[in-house]
Design a binder for this molecule. Sequence first.
Ligand code: DAH
Length: 342
Amino acid sequence: MKVDFEKIFKEFEEDISRIKDLKSFKEVKDKYLSKEKGLITSLLKKIKEIPREEKPQFGKNVNILKGKITGKLEELKEKVELLELESRAKEESVDITLPGLDLPVGSHHPIKIVEKEICEIFERMGYFIAEGPEIETDFNNFEALNFPDDHPARDAQDTFFISEDKYYLLRTHTSPVQIRTMKKYGTPIKIIAPGKVFRRDTPDPTHSPIFHQIEGLVVDKNITMADLKGTLEKFARECFSEDTRIRLRPSFFPFVEPGAEVDISCIFCKGKGCRICKNSGWIEILGAGMVHPAVFEKCDIDPETYSGFAFGLGVDRIAILKYGIPDIRLFFENDVRFLRQF
Ligand code: DAH
């Protein structure tokens, strides 16, 4: 049996000249070098049929052929891979001159819009923004704010306690930020502190166990109730409209003396009386007062030298008024049909 090694190699060279991608490369490689069906393997199998004295030469020739084929294919492999990469890059390339696709964007939550608006009004008056944690201690939330031990707000009915000993709780108002700020920075102070607060309330159109407040605190020498009134008047005009008036009604909060509830003239009927203001012409929006000397003492501030005012306003209530929202629960359901309107 005669095998023409040169002819095989010529055929191989023709085969590789037609290689244009990894697929055709692999086909050629298999045709010659596959362990099961490759040409080299079948040549080696033929060695049985070769006359004894020709076997060594035949074996040598097969090995030379295998070496040449393997060498060529190795050389080619790199080129083919490069080609493949180039064609893929071409296929997958992006036309950067095309107009971009619009990504869907969300909107700000109405509570956040109103919170930001209110903060900006106070920032323009020179206030800094302070923050406190939502998990508070009994000391900051109640004790330092002069709440007596048996105050009903401390009851488990109103407060979410989160430790057995009732030491840790979810803050029921933003007033503990007053304590934190006075203890940390001393005097003078001019801050507002926005944030979430928590109370054990059954949800209904006007109640939610989570809601939002903004606390204000100003401490310095010679701060008076007149400063408080002027500040809140300015705030009401900026937040609602130039013709909005305010009214202070005496009220009690343990951490202020005197304390007041503050109303704005009804923004719907301008004070004439309507359904929203229940015909009173006034709408309550915040609590305020002069910082109680006992609170100063808990924070190591001398009440003989310093005085201050504080206020706390309900953000949800103001958002409800501004946007005419019928139910506080809408703020927390996060239905996009509601949220998209802002
Ligand atoms: N913390 C009070 C509340 O949640 C609101 C409040 C009243 C805050 C009077 C004050 C204040 O700073 O002076 O009901």
